[in-house]
Write a protein that binds this ligand. Structure first.
Ligand SMILES: O=C[C@H](O)[C@H](O)[C@H](O)COP(=O)(O)O
Length: 162
């Protein structure tokens, strides 16, 4: 699914400033749902600081956050991160990207957890776990000081949004 994106996200402004496009004829920037997930996930990772113990979420949205954390570690912009994965899949992804990992036994307090959700309502109630890792998510996300849930607009619809 492709979703029209507001002009403040993306490269349109840069194109206008560089003279590549006339300001009077802006063309809408179309982003896919996965690109929107990536933008939201990268924004969540802005809250990660060096030295943190991180809950690493599961799913197609959280995957982008884990990728971004690994990028920043490799660039030296983040240091001394310890990740606690919420699923076997995320564990495998983090290992493949070289993110140092631990568990709740060794790190019972998690500074920040970042994860997706299946649905969110206007009171920020969440439906989670359709990716199959609800138990580990609940354990790790209950132990965190701060929990960032990343959702694109497709998660805000449905019966619980009132
Ligand atoms: O068990 C799965 C998790 O709760 C996911 O965070 C949730 O299902 C959302 O996944 P996705 O980002 O792939 O929509």
């Amino acid at each position: 699914m492709a979703i029209p994106c507001p002009p403040f996200i993306g490269s349109e402004k840069l194109s206008v400033e560089s003279g590549a496009m006339s300001p009077s004829s802006p063309s809408p920037l179309i982003l896919t749902q996965d690109e929107l997930k990536k933008i939201a996930a990268y924004k969540a990772v802005d809250f990660v600081q060096s030295g943190m113990v991180l809950g690493l979420g599961t799913g197609s949205t959280a995957k982008h956050a884990v990728d971004r954390i690994a990028d920043l570690l490799h660039q030296g912009k983040l240091k001394d991160i310890v990740g606690i994965p919420t699923s076997k899949k995320t564990h495998q992804q983090a290992v493949s990207l070289g993110i140092p990992l631990s568990d709740l036994d060794s790190h019972p307090v998690v500074d920040l957890a970042i994860d997706g959700a299946d649905e969110v309502d206007s009171n920020l109630n969440l439906v989670k776990g359709r990716g199959g890792s609800l138990l580990r998510e609940k354990m790790i996300e209950s132990a965190c000081k701060k929990f960032i849930v990343i959702v694109d607009e497709s998660k805000a619809g449905g019966s619980c949004w009132c």
